[in-house]
Design a protein around this ligand. Structure first.
Ligand SMILES: O=C[C@H](O)[C@H](O)[C@H](O)COP(=O)(O)O
Length: 327
């Protein structure tokens, strides 16, 4: 863990006076961009929520000379608008080009030979990875597992995070908790509307006392409809164990009423009608790369927290207990 002060003069003055929490988010965002944005990058993922607004501000402040050469990939309608309004080039996660190959290697080959050649090179079907994805979170534990989906964008956020070599999480100090479901009490789950009653029954059998379909409140009568035309089920569970907690005898499989993050994430994903689960768990991008695999992981490689004292606390996955414990 490292802490750093983000000098106010390293950031452009905020147009309006920010309250303490907003100022903390902004400091964390500028520090994360300073550490993890590189002008040589080609594809950058932009997450959703109120914190990522400052990430976009920090990137846009680098100027058009830098940003015009990069394609920015959104995680939903809000982040798409942020990218457009900041004047950044907009891309889409479903239109990343294939991995580039040296064309000289393919000169003179037939279409069949090209296809076979790509196979031989181990490149057939490989897509480009994003260089980095920045996103917020609703809660982050000591092993950098995250709850996401407070803004109903979890599916595209997971799609983008797992396509990025490194996912960088940016938040304020309230989000850092020893275990998930400490202050943020529910897991957002994106579901097919038709399956809602069945999913609710299954969640109850798994130990969630009162799962509810998220409502639009005064902004929209009836359930919140996600960018993917789905609903969000918010499922409360008792605080989740870390992988390192399992050494103390509990299996974390729900038997004793307690779940470990990874066990619960995988179990929820198996329910028919669940599009995606707002638990980001398992491997991070460094672990995926060291296994020689394409893309990234669900967990951040680093998390930046804007603290109340004006500092930014950085938690790097490589230093976090348990970050190497997942297969
Ligand atoms: O669906 C929304 C996302 O997961 C957000 O990244 C998360 O809710 C954090 O949002 P905020 O930065 O507004 O706290």
């Amino acid at each position: 863990m490292a802490t750093a002060s983000m000098p106010e003069n390293a950031m452009p003055p905020a147009i309006h006076k920010l309250d303490n929490i907003e100022a903390a988010k902004r400091r964390a965002a500028y520090k994360a961009v300073e550490d993890h944005f590189d002008t040589s990058y080609r594809y950058v993922g932009i997450g959703s929520g109120s914190t990522v607004v400052y990430v976009v501000e920090a990137i846009a402040a680098k100027g058009r000379d830098v940003t015009s050469k990069i394609v920015f990939i959104p995680t939903g309608d809000q982040s798409k608008q942020l990218i457009i309004e900041a004047g950044l080039p907009l891309g889409s996660i479903d239109s990343l080009p294939p991995v580039e190959i040296e064309h000289s290697k393919l000169d003179g080959l037939s279409a069949l030979q090209v296809a076979t050649g790509l196979q031989d090179l181990g490149l057939k079907g490989k897509r480009q990875s994003l260089d980095v994805a920045f996103d917020g979170a609703d809660e982050i534990d000591e092993e950098l597992n995250c709850i996401k989906g407070g803004g109903a964008c979890l599916f595209q956020e997971k799609l983008v995070a797992t396509a990025a070599k490194k996912f960088i999480c940016v938040a304020d100090s309230r989000k850092l908790q020893p275990r998930l479901l400490t202050k943020w009490k529910t897991i957002p789950i994106e579901i097919a509307p038709f399956a809602a009653p069945t999913i609710k029954r299954i969640l109850i059998t798994l130990g969630s006392p009162d799962p509810v379909i998220r409502q639009g409140g005064s902004a929209k009568a009836g359930p919140v409809v996600t960018d993917n035309g789905m609903w969000i089920m918010d499922a409360p569970f008792p605080p989740l164990l870390l992988a390192s907690d399992l050494k103390h005898g509990d299996h974390g499989d729900g038997e004793n009423g307690t779940w470990e993050v990874h066990h619960l994430g995988r179990r929820l994903k198996r329910i028919v009608g669940v599009l995606e689960v707002g638990l980001f768990h398992g491997r991070n991008g460094l672990q995926v790369a060291s296994a020689g695999e394409e893309g990234g992981g669900q967990k951040p490689v680093a998390a930046y927290f804007g603290m109340e004292n004006g500092e930014v606390e950085v938690r790097n996955a490589a230093e976090v207990l348990g970050s190497k414990s997942r297969p």
